[in-house]
Write a protein that binds this ligand. Structure first.
Ligand code: HEC
Length: 166
């Protein structure tokens, strides 16, 4: 009996670990969440709503990354599934590949991850995309558009405007 009670408590909160460690949110800054290591992470509210960044990341992944990495980060014949990659990939490595790109010449087939370093539609939302993929990797959000999400924080709108040069 005790065992099953403990299990119920766990499934609600503990999510295991990925390439950046334990994804559990321990701090918040204006609607953006961070894990114990200070890496950005997701947070599912008590009404099942995602944080704003997870939702924003879904949208940006869809417009900038989906074409190669497949729907919901599940991969394609051309590019790896980022939901898989995140299981072992630390935050800094993710940023590095997204900013600088990567060319892999192996087995006679060239595979190119373009550099997004000068693309504001990716760079201004890189944490969002990371947070979304982290949520996907840990099974916190489904494949579809998150149906409920927190409102856009005022600080997000300000940062977005200055990053996009508005
Ligand atoms: C034009 C196609 C294309 C687009 C668009 C694209 N990628 Fe990639 N990406 C690739 C390919 C191909 C690879 C594998 C490169 C290699 O083999 O080294 C890759 C690799 C990666 C990796 C490393 C994965 C691993 O397992 O090591 C990350 C992280 C990544 N991409 C992030 C992104 C993000 C974030 C976006 C959207 C902002 C994006 N990619 C958009 C083609 C693309």
């Amino acid at each position: 009996m005790l065992g099953s009670i403990a299990l119920l408590t766990l499934t609600g909160t503990a999510l295991g670990a990925d390439g950046s460690g334990d994804p559990a949110a321990v701090t918040e800054q204006d609607g953006k969440f961070f894990d114990a290591q200070g890496n950005p992470t997701f947070k599912i509210g008590n009404k099942g709503e995602t944080d704003w960044y997870t939702y924003s990341g879904f949208r940006r992944h869809h417009s900038e990354c989906h074409v190669c990495h497949g729907p919901a980060g599940e991969g394609s014949t051309y590019a790896p599934g980022l939901v898989q990659s995140m299981k072992t990939m630390p935050y800094a490595d993710f940023q590095n590949v997204a900013v600088n790109g990567r060319v892999n010449v192996g087995s006679g087939q060239e595979s190119v991850m373009p550099s997004f370093g000068t693309n504001p539609n990716a760079m201004c939302y890189l944490d969002d995309i990371y947070i979304y993929l982290r949520a996907r990797t840990n099974g916190a959000v489904d494949r579809v558009r998150p149906p409920k999400h927190a409102d856009k924080p005022a600080t997000f709108a300000e940062a977005e405007n200055s990053c996009m040069g508005h």
